[in-house]
Design a protein around this ligand. Sequence first.
Ligand SMILES: C[S@@+](CC[C@H](N)C(=O)[O-])C[C@H]1O[C@@H](n2cnc3c(N)ncnc32)[C@H](O)[C@@H]1O
Length: 580
Amino acid sequence: MPQSPTALKSKTTQLYSDPHNPFLHLERGLLYEGLGFPDLAAADAYRALSLFESVVDPDGCEFHARRVVSPDGCMNESFDCGEEQEEENDSVPITRDEHDDTIGKVYILLVRCLVRCGCLRDAYEFCGRGIVLVRGLHGYNDEEEELRKLMREIKRVYLARMNKPATSDESSGGDGAEINPSILPAQGFARRVLYPWNEHEPDRKAPETLRLLNERLKDVAPKCEVRAVALPALHANAATTAEKDKDNFHDHQTDSDVSIQLGLFAKEDIKPGEILLRESSLLTATNRLHDDLCDACNAPLPDLSAVEPPVPCEDCDDTIFCSRQCHDQAQQTYHGAICGLDGLQSIGKDIPDPKDKADYLYLLLLGRALAMSATQDVHPLELPEVKYIWGDFHDYDYNYDDDVDANVDNDPSFSLPFSFHLNILQPMRLLEEMALDPFVSLPRYDTWILNTLYAKFRGTASGRLSTWDGGPEVCAVHPLWCLANHSCDPNVRWEWGGEITFMARGETEKAVWAGLSAEEREKRRKTSSTGIRADEEILNHYCDIGLDVKQRREWARGALGGLCLCERCVWESGEGERAK
Ligand SMILES: C[S@@+](CC[C@H](N)C(=O)[O-])C[C@H]1O[C@@H](n2cnc3c(N)ncnc32)[C@H](O)[C@@H]1O
C-alpha cells in the first residue's frame, strides 16, 4: 500500500512537538520508508536509536528519551503542544521495558534503509550490533532472524565485490565468514528530488524571480542578465519537467528532450579581456586546519605589516579576516552564532583518506549554511545564497508505490551522494557543537532540509585545489556566478581569489576542436565573434577544456548531471554532423 503523505505530515507535526520521543522518530521513519525515502528513514531510525540508548546509559548521553503526556496525564497520540519544546514536567521518561520491546525494530529499520541506500559499511556495523543486542535481550527470535537476513544480503554484496563465490553455508542461509567491512562502500545515494512538502523552493522561472535576480546582478555583472533557457536534458527524467514547464516558457523550443533552466546572457557587447562579473560570497569552506585564508571569503590574508593588516575576531583569537569589511559582514552573516565554539574547528577538517576530501568540503559548506541560518535566524532554505540556486532535482511521484521497493540499484533518482556519516552523524555533531539540540531544532535542520542543501551545493559549488597535494581544499557557492551554464567551448574564463570573476575570452583563448581540418578551423575563426555579443549566452566551463572529449565528459558529469552534449562534445565524439 502506498503510504499517505497526509500521515507523514501529521506525524512530523507530532514529532516536532515531542522531539525526544523515540517512538515518533521510529514511526515517521517507517512512513518515510513507505514513501520511498530510505535515507530519511535511516536518519529517523538513528535518532530513535540515540534516544533509546539514553535509557540504558543516561550518563553517557546528552539527550534523554522522554515522551510528552497530555494535560490529563495520558499518552495522547494526537496531542499537539505547538512549536515549543516539551516542558520537563509535561513529559515522562521512556522506560527500560519500552526500550527492550522496541530496540530490535529500530535496528531493523536502520539497517534495512542503509542497505537500500547502498551505505553497506555502516549497515554492516549496525547489523552486527543489533544482532548481539536482540539475542541478549530476548534470545533467538524473529527480529534476530530479520537482522541475519539483512546481514546475508550485505555479505552477498561483499562477496560479489571480492569476486568470491558464496560458501555452502552462505548459500544455505548461514551468516558465512567474517568480512572486512572496509571493502564495503560507506557512501551510497539518496533520492535527489524536490521534496513535495518543501515550501521554500521558489518558482525559478517566474517573472518576479527573474526580476529579483536581475536586480542583484546589477552590481555584480552590470552587462549581464538572467534569462530562462532550454538546455539538453542530461538525466533520464529531466525531460518530463520540461514538458510541465512548457506553458510557462515563451520561446521557440518545443523539443521534449530539454530542461528549462536559467542562464546568464550578455545585455550588450563585451570586449575580449573585459571582466564582466565580480562576485564575493561568504558561503565558503576550507579543510585547511591552520590556514592563512580569510575565514569569510577565503582570500589569502594580507601580511601582518600591510597597511591594512588582517583583522581578528575580538572574541575568539583563532578567527582571522582579510579586512574590516569581511570581519563585520561575517559577524552579521554567520560568525555570531558560532563565535568561540572551539569544538566546531575540527569537524570535517582532518580527513585521513584524500578520496573523502571533496565530500567533507560539502559538509563544511553545510556547516557554514547552518551557522548563517542560526546567526540570522532564517530557515536555511530561505538564505539568499541558497534559495535561488539550482539543485538538479529529479521528478518524484508522490503516489509512490511501496511494492516497487525503490533503491539505489533500480531508481535513477538515487543520485545524491549519501552516507551515514556526512548526512546523519556529522550534521548532528555540528548542531550539538553549535549548542543546539539536534532533536528540538528539527523544524529548521531536519534531514530533508540538509539533503536539499547538499543537492544545491553539489550542483553549484566551485572548488580550489591545494598547491601542496593537489587535493580539493576550498569551496564556495557564488549564487549569481553559478547561474552560468557550461560549454566545452566557453566564451569566458573564471578566476577565484577573494572574489570570483568572469573574463571574456579573446580569440587566442578559444578552445581548439579536435578533428577539424586547418581549413575548417580557419572558417570557424573567421565566423566566430571576438568578445561576447549582446544576447549571446555567457558560457562557463565546468572542466579543463584542454582534455579530450571522453575525459571532459567524465570530469563534468557530476556538475552536469549527465554526459555533456555541448556542440564541441557532440562534434568530437562523432555523434553529430561528422557521424552522418
Ligand atoms: C551551475 S548550474 C547552471 C545554472 C542552471 N542552469 C540554473 O538554472 O541555475 C548547473 C546545471 O545547469 C545545467 N547545465 C549547465 N550547462 C549545461 C549544458 N551545457 N547542457 C545541459 N545542461 C547544462 C545542468 O543541469 C547542471 O546541473
